[in-house]
Design a binder for this molecule. Structure first.
Ligand code: PMP
Length: 409
């Protein structure tokens, strides 16, 4: 496991208390905390290099542009992108997927076509496709999941019989923790003639990702879940696809020439980065990647998987606790319910003991319907969590059970 005694002091927020108790932050699937290295990188940028990028002829503007473009290179290296020109800065996974739907989707999907998603997708990998399909008169096909919380491969195969234009799925589920066989799914989808879109919001922070090995076409990631700033993220794509795609946002920077009635477009990736970008977010994300690379992504995933294993083991010993998701091939996300205690009540009670967990549908309402619950409680781990955090979680859950006089449902 990682040496959390060395990691924790890098995160100033962890020295704070929550309701007078040690802060036990277990909502990392929603967003991660930020190390000083990221906070300092942002402060340093504004203190020493701030200027608009790609425009000025003066030294400061060149420095700002270099800092911004260095972050692009860092992302490309981190996920083994096809080329750094295939990395488009966005506000995160949601914007990345909307970019693909709004550009590639609008240009290529016609009435009668099919787009495939899965029942474990986050709303951000469902709703943009619903909007596209409604606009085009196309069909959105949702692939079912198995009882143990995996993509049903038989149903995936049936969905491919419609020869879909796009197949979208999450690498890691935020509500179940399932790590999907992304390379295998991509290969099957390509054999059916589809373009593949991988939601990498929960994989980039937690696994070693190699988009070329996955051989997907588009990969979306969010910086704020991987130690980076809010509003940072990227779409990583095969450059040839980006070249052929129409722009998504019109404005400054994304053009080559502008005539009175029409324009020509800048080179990729700038064609998709209209307007002044969030340079501080890019710089912060670059620093976050450097921090993760120093730890090593294999160690990061081992650490979280071990925490999840211990948490599942200990929570399962509490009568009335139900854990969701598969027993193996899972990331550090532990969704659970406890008898008839509403997950929101559970999260509120746990907060009194300084334990921050998420409760709700986790932006996966189609999945919740299939699980037959309105909501779950969810503990999700990251590099600074340790066995003391799991002790605190389990103790607080047991206490909540005593308080509510829980009955196993
Ligand atoms: N997909 C998954 C699997 C997620 O967990 C999230 C964030 N909860 C998103 C997409 C959306 O990410 P963002 O809000 O950063 O755009």
């Amino acid at each position: 496991m990682l040496d959390t005694r060395r990691i924790r002091p890098d995160f100033p927020i962890l020295a704070q208390q929550e309701n007078g108790q040690r802060l036990v932050y277990l909502d990392n699937a929603a967003t991660s905390q930020k190390p000083l290295r990221v906070i300092d990188a942002i402060t340093h940028f504004y203190s020493h290099h701030n200027a608009n990028v790609h425009r000025g002829a003066y030294a400061l503007a060149v420095e700002a542009t270099e800092a911004y473009e260095a972050a692009r290179t860092a992302i490309a290296r981190f996920v083994n992108a096809w080329a750094r020109e295939g990395v488009v800065f966005t506000r995160g996974t949601t914007e990345s997927i909307n970019l693909v739907a709004g550009s590639w989707g609008r240009a290529n999907v016609k009435g009668g076509d099919t787009v495939v998603v899965t029942a474990m997708d986050h709303h951000s990998n469902i709703v943009p496709w619903q909007i596209l399909c409604q606009e085009k008169g196309a069909t959105l096909r949702m692939v079912e999941i198995t009882k143990d919380g995996r993509i049903d491969l038989a149903d995936f195969g049936r969905a491919l019989e419609a020869k879909p234009k796009i197949v979208a799925f999450p690498y890691v589920s935020n509500s179940l923790g399932t790590v999907n066989p992304a390379a295998q799914l991509s290969k099957l989808a390509h054999a059916a003639g589809a373009v593949t879109v991988v939601d990498g919001a929960q994989s980039s922070p937690h696994l070693r990702v190699d988009v070329q090995a996955l051989d997907c076409d588009f990969y979306a990631l969010s910086g704020h879940k991987m130690l980076g700033p809010m509003g940072s993220g990227a779409l990583v794509a095969k450059p040839a696809l980006l070249e052929a795609m129409p722009p998504y946002h019109g404005g400054g920077e994304m053009i080559e020439r502008v005539w009175d009635d029409r324009s020509s477009w800048n080179k990729i990736p700038h064609k998709f980065e209209g307007g002044t970008p969030n340079v501080e977010a890019a710089v912060g994300l670059g620093a976050a990647i450097a921090y993760l690379e120093q730890l090593g992504m294999d160690k990061v995933s081992e650490h979280e998987q071990e925490l999840a294993r211990v948490a599942i083991d200990r929570l399962s010993q509490i009568e009335g606790v139900t854990i969701y998701g598969p027993r193996d091939h899972r990331a550090g996300v532990v969704p659970f319910t406890y008898g008839d205690i509403h997950p929101h009540d559970l999260a509120t009670i746990l907060d009194k003991d300084g334990v921050c967990i998420r409760a709700g549908h986790h932006c996966t309402q189609p999945l919740m319907r299939r699980l037959g619950v309105a909501a779950t409680a969810r503990a999700s781990f990251y590099i600074y969590n340790d066995l003391d955090d799991i002790d605190a979680l389990v103790t607080a859950v047991r206490k909540a059970g005593e308080l509510f006089g829980v009955l196993a449902s």
